[in-house]
Design a protein around this ligand. Structure first.
Ligand code: PEP
Ligand code: MN
Length: 345
């Protein structure tokens, strides 16, 4: 349930409500908005008596039961969209962010080259996996810490924040010392220990939808991060497994408006892993934005044919530039802009 406090209550009053929430066996999450202070009481469905008990406290304005199984992720908990900011732009507030770069970090030269051109063509974030979760144990597993060092160098030169994947809870501290955003991939989307560890790191978490997850299960995974007190989560629709074989996965475009109507968290689309083939990536990116996505995460490689992972789906530089041109052309029709192109407030 969500406990809304009266305007202007003291910090002692807030603390006393938090104590009361704990006393009845619930966890408390305090969020201080501009005009209201909300205390999310997290636990099993409250009884009508418990709701009345909190309503009767003198500092409480109202109590709203949150009906959804995902509590902190729900729009009932936070009706305003969550806006996440970096030096290059923000996501969730109406502007569109693009994270782009190679599937995997393979060398300094490859990563720097990609970082330079994705920035030049309008991306606000650099992606690149240093630890790669591969279907086969015999495939390239990533450069590990050396890859993280390379990403840090690319950030130093370009100023682009970096998003990179973390594949096990033990690695979270290491990856979090380098990354601005921790990616949790589709294959780990229900690795609850990893979700909790990433939540505890305090870093923004970019969470991909598992390939066979319902949207409710997806939000429950996000809830594992949020329940650690870390409200910085980006949800990414990256395609699900269906009977269709022509694409690598089926991009569930409808996930975007559905999620936007259920949650305050930013929703992005990954057209690369859905398409599986570079020629189809731009179309899916545009479809995702048209459906209301707050951002894109796209794979591009200076020499895609030489890529050690996901070679078929990584855009060439010119395809990436072409896609960004189409994104720029589309956004005004949607009443939106690329993040870096917003006028200063
Ligand atoms: C990736 O981003 O390179 C990746 C492995 O993505 P996913 O987890 O969506 O397959
Ligand atoms: Mn990939």
């Amino acid at each position: 349930m969500l406990i809304i406090l009266k305007h202007g209550v003291s910090s002692r009053a807030i603390e006393s409500v938090v104590q009361e929430v704990h006393r009845v066996g619930y966890r408390a999450h305090v969020s201080e908005g501009e005009h209201t202070i909300l205390i999310g009481a997290i636990g099993k469905g409250p009884t009508p008596e418990l709701i009345e008990h909190f309503r009767a406290l003198s500092v409480v304005q109202d109590v709203i039961p949150i009906s959804k199984p995902y509590k902190l992720a729900s729009l009932e908990f936070s009706p305003k969209p969550t806006v996440l900011r970096w030096n290059t732009g923000a996501t969730g507030g109406g502007e569109v962010m693009v994270a782009a770069g190679p599937c995997g970090v393979e060398s300094l030269e490859q990563t720097l080259s990609a970082a330079r051109y994705v920035k030049r063509h309008g991306a606000q974030m650099l992606r690149g996996g240093a630890f790669k979760p591969r279907t086969s144990p015999y495939s390239f597993q990533g450069m590990g810490q050396e890859g993280l060092e390379i990403l840090a160098l690319a950030r130093r030169e370009t100023g682009l924040p970096i998003v990179t994947e973390v594949v096990s809870p033990e690695q979270v501290d290491l990856v979090a010392t380098y990354a601005d955003v921790l990616q949790i991939g589709a294959r780990n989307a229900q690795n609850f220990a990893l979700l909790q560890a990433a939540g505890q790191s305090g870093r923004t978490v970019l969470l991909k939808r598992g390939m066979s997850m319902t949207l409710e299960e997806f939000l429950m995974s996000a809830e594992y991060v949020l329940a650690q007190g870390n409200m910085k989560v980006i949800l990414v629709e990256r395609g699900i497994r269906t009977f269709e074989k022509s694409t690598r996965f089926t991009l569930d475009v409808s996930a975007v408006p559905v999620l936007k109507s259920w949650t305050h968290l930013p929703v992005w689309v990954d057209p690369s892993h859905a398409a599986g083939k570079r020629d189809w990536v731009a179309s899916l990116a545009l479809a995702g934005l048209a459906a209301g996505a707050d951002g894109l995460i796209v794979e591009t490689h200076p020499e895609p044919e030489k890529a050690q992972s996901d070679a078929a789906q990584q855009l060439t530089e010119s395809q990436f530039a072409d896609m960004m041109g189409k994104v720029r052309a589309l956004l005004p029709a949607l009443g939106r802009k690329l993040a870096q192109e917003l006028e200063p407030a």
